[in-house]
Design a protein around this ligand. Structure first.
Ligand code: ADP
Length: 164
């Protein structure tokens, strides 16, 4: 019998990752299991103020995913749909924590569907132990020299100590 050919799935997981947290890593690991290829898009927000410079955020995501064979890390700026189209990703991957995430994500995914019909957004619910973690919270605690070891990997802790 002839083998059935399945189209491969390629998803784009975009984010600012300022800084990357265990919550982001959970989405990346689970996405890498679900899709044939997962591209992580690190936002280059040209000029916008971030705690960590783009180069640091990019390098951290690269190092944190270096043992995952089906992951590629790219930089992106501008429209997400254009980025997805340019790398031939038919799926956007996002994480969902709270109702307030849903509100924003609903508007973004609907707009993207209108701009690029056929581009699907897939949401993964946060894992119970990470659902409360956000980069904003980590930045706030770090700015007061609080302990963030339970929210971010060791590499990120070191990068935050070094500064921007
Ligand atoms: P943004 O893209 O809005 O700047 P982030 O870079 O922080 O936000 O997050 C990128 C994606 O990761 C978003 O879909 C966000 O909901 C998801 N995310 C962030 N933190 C977590 C977490 N703790 N658990 C699950 N998903 C998360």
């Amino acid at each position: 019998m002839a083998q059935q050919c399945c189209p491969s799935t390629h998803a784009l997981y975009p984010g600012t990752f300022d800084p990357p947290t265990f919550g982001h890593l959970s989405i990346i690991k689970r996405g890498a299991r679900l899709f044939d290829k997962l591209t992580v898009g690190v936002a280059n927000l040209n000029g916008k103020d971030t705690l960590l410079a783009f180069e640091k955020r990019f390098e951290l995501i690269k190092k944190l995913t270096s043992d995952m064979p089906n992951i590629e890390v790219i930089s992106f700026s501008g429209l997400l749909v254009q980025c997805a189209e340019s790398i031939n990703a038919g799926i956007i991957l996002r994480g969902l924590r709270t109702v307030s995430d849903f509100d924003y994500e609903y508007r973004m995914s609907t707009t993207n569907q209108i701009v690029l019909p056929g581009l699907e957004t897939v949401f993964l619910m946060a894992e119970p132990e990470y659902g409360y973690i956000s980069s904003t919270l980590v930045r706030q605690i770090a700015s007061c020299n609080g302990d963030i070891a339970r929210f971010v990997p060791e590499l990120v802790l070191e990068a935050l100590k070094e500064g921007k």
